[in-house]
Ligand binder design. Structure first.
Ligand code: F6P
Length: 289
């Protein structure tokens, strides 16, 4: 197995709070262990286009607390085909990068696995997505911050929902997974959470309105997880209820991309730092992929 002297870091796919904390940890751990660090800008697209810059310790100063990714991110259709990946591999060889640390979600990690197999090349993936929809880790980087953002936002919505005695459907992200809706719902004390993994029937909605909402409460919050196909589920449920119960004052709030921003929570900074350091230790121990 070739000795690793230089690593590349790339963030790809959708950003998540805590990615910068991970970039910092990877860079600092690598340099501490005598490795060179090359940062790839704009995800896999940058790998293909050769947007690669050497990083020093100071390159990652003052970023642990910043949301987003300083390396930028961009979807890359080209990395999905063999020609694109070959170009990326040629750039990696040209730059003398012996292993890649890839920070991202589902699609990014899938891309890294294909690349690693195709070129028998060492890649270590660090799971970062607000959706928490990856196996092999209890929580992904970004999830805790997004959960806190949802909780704080729903707290605010509850103030106005209570004053006006309204029923709110609040839609949160999740990419087909219900972690944000379910746990955001628990944290904010929502009355219900509608998640893609549990099919909801109209009867259940009626049951909730009759028993859970109408009998005991003047206002209510229902969290709805966006499916991976589209947003708008909250609008759909609101329409259903409005048609059946015109006397109810129903509102919809789609939280959208604000869930992806903001300073990472302590939890996200800590797991990002630990995973970043662990990725370098793993490589140095000879672990691959
Ligand atoms: O992966 C995070 C995520 O927030 C998903 O939950 C959501 O479906 C998607 O990103 C939206 O991404 P875009 O930035 O392309 O709108």
């Amino acid at each position: 197995m070739a000795e690793i002297k230089c690593i590349g870091i790339v963030t790809s796919g959708n950003d998540a709070p805590g990615m910068n904390s991970a970039i910092r940890a990877v860079t600092r751990s690598a340099i501490y262990n005598g490795l060179k660090v090359k940062a790839v800008y704009r995800g896999y697209k940058g790998l293909i286009d050769g947007e690669i810059v050497e990083f020093e310790t100071q390159s990652v100063s003052n970023i642990i607390q910043q949301g987003g990714t300083i390396l930028k991110s961009s979807p890359s259709k080209d990395f999905m085909n063999a020609d694109g990946r070959k170009k990326a591999y040629e750039n990696i060889v040209k730059e003398g990068i012996d292993a890649l640390i890839v920070i991202g979600g589902d699609g990014t990690i899938h891309g890294a696995r294909v690349f690693a197999q195709e070129f028998d090349y060492p890649c270590i993936a660090i799971p970062a997505t607000i959706d928490n929809n990856l196996c092999g880790t209890d929580t992904t980087i970004g999830y805790d911050t997004a959960l806190n953002t949802i909780m704080q936002t729903v707290d605010k919505i509850r103030d106005t929902a209570t004053s006006h005695e309204r029923l709110f459907f609040v839609e949160v992200m999740g990419d087909g997974a219900g972690f944000l809706a379910l746990n955001g719902g628990i944290a904010a004390g929502a009355e219900e959470a509608i998640v893609p993994t549990i099919e909801i029937e109209e009867d259940q909605l009626h049951h909730f309105i009759q028993k859970g909402f109408r009998k005991t409460k003047g206002s209510s919050i229902v969290l709805v997880a966006a499916t991976n196909e589209q947003t708008g589920g909250a609008l759909h449920y609101a329409e259903l209820v409005k048609n059946q119960y015109p006397e109810l004052d129903v509102r919809v709030s789609i939280l959208g991309h604000l869930q992806r921003g903001g300073h990472p929570s302590a939890h996200d900074r800590i797991i990002a730092s630990r995973m970043g350091a662990a990725s370098i230790q793993a490589l140095l121990k000879g672990l691959r992929n």
